[in-house]
Design a protein around this ligand. Structure first.
Ligand code: URA
Length: 279
């Protein structure tokens, strides 16, 4: 973002405030720099100076995976699958995720955001990715959208301190709050699948379109997916778990007129949870 008013050019404090008000909280260039390589010490190969891109291309909403990175995804996901399967409890899974280096996001994050709430809860929520607040505190959904999620849970008698469990599709914050790439998601997916197996909830809720599409293997968007019950199952599960997708609270904060649909979905979730046999 470099279209700040010219009048701010000589006032760095006002300029910074302008950027903050516009939601810019990260300094990220157009071209990635491998800072591990750059910081590797005196003998290290320095990255070649990067030219500015000649043409500014619009960002792709879902990054294209090259054949090379597809291979890498396979390797990372396979490593993750072995580690995830070896975990026999949620605490072992947390330790495995914390020790895992196969997701590129970890390099840029301050903390691993594994989960919050009661792992014995009968309902499990899966969001998308940690943001800045989550990265600072090491817990999912603790920022503004997390506060709305807490109110949404409270409206149907749920509370992460006692009877709800919350995690995300990826365990590290994507820089600048971009969407995680397919590769980053694939490298965390075996842990997410094992997480559901170990928690074994009676009801599973996808918070936002990304986790819904990924775990249901659907291409439809959240507007189509929400409001319907699906079944989620992995080979390691004793039985399929009923699941529903919910509008992401960050979206509801931007589009409050959609809250009525979220309310409808929350009531359906409450009903399903009440009707589900104790597990
Ligand atoms: N949004 C998410 O999807 N997850 C978080 O933890 C925070 C914001």
């Amino acid at each position: 973002m470099n279209n700040a008013p010219e009048t701010l050019a000589n006032d760095p404090v006002a300029l910074l405030r302008w950027y903050t008000d516009a939601g810019v909280d990260e300094a990220i260039g157009e071209i990635p720099i491998d800072r591990f390589q750059a910081d590797a010490g005196p003998g290290a190969v320095q990255p070649a100076p990067q030219a500015e891109p000649a043409v500014q291309r619009p960002a792709l909403s879902r990054p294209v995976i090259s054949p090379r990175s597809q291979h890498d995804v396979g390797d990372a996901a396979q490593g993750a699958a072995h580690l995830a399967q070896a975990a026999k409890s949620v605490e072992e899974l947390r330790a495995a995720v914390e020790a895992y280096d196969g997701c590129g996001l970890k390099k840029f994050a301050s903390s691993t955001v594994f989960a919050d709430g009661n792992p014995k809860a009968r309902i499990m929520f899966i969001g998308e990715a940690p943001g800045a607040d989550e990265d600072r505190q090491g817990k999912p959904f603790v920022g503004v959208s997390g506060q709305l999620l807490d109110r949404m849970l409270g409206s149907i008698g749920l509370d992460r301190a006692t009877n709800a469990y919350i995690t995300n599709l990826v365990f590290w914050r994507p820089p600048g709050n971009r969407s995680p790439t397919d590769q980053e998601i694939a490298s965390c997916l075996p842990f997410v699948q094992r997480h559901v197996e170990l928690v074994d909830p009676a009801v599973l809720v996808f918070v936002g379109g990304l986790s819904a599409k990924t775990l249901l293997a659907k291409t439809a968007g959240i507007t189509k997916l929400r409001g319907h019950w699906y079944e989620y199952e992995t080979p390691g599960m004793v039985r399929p778990v009923p699941c529903m997708a919910l509008f992401h609270p960050a979206y509801l904060l931007r589009s409050p007129q959609q809250k009525r649909f979220a309310w409808r979905d929350l009531l359906a979730i409450k009903q399903k949870l009440n009707a589900a046999l104790p597990v």
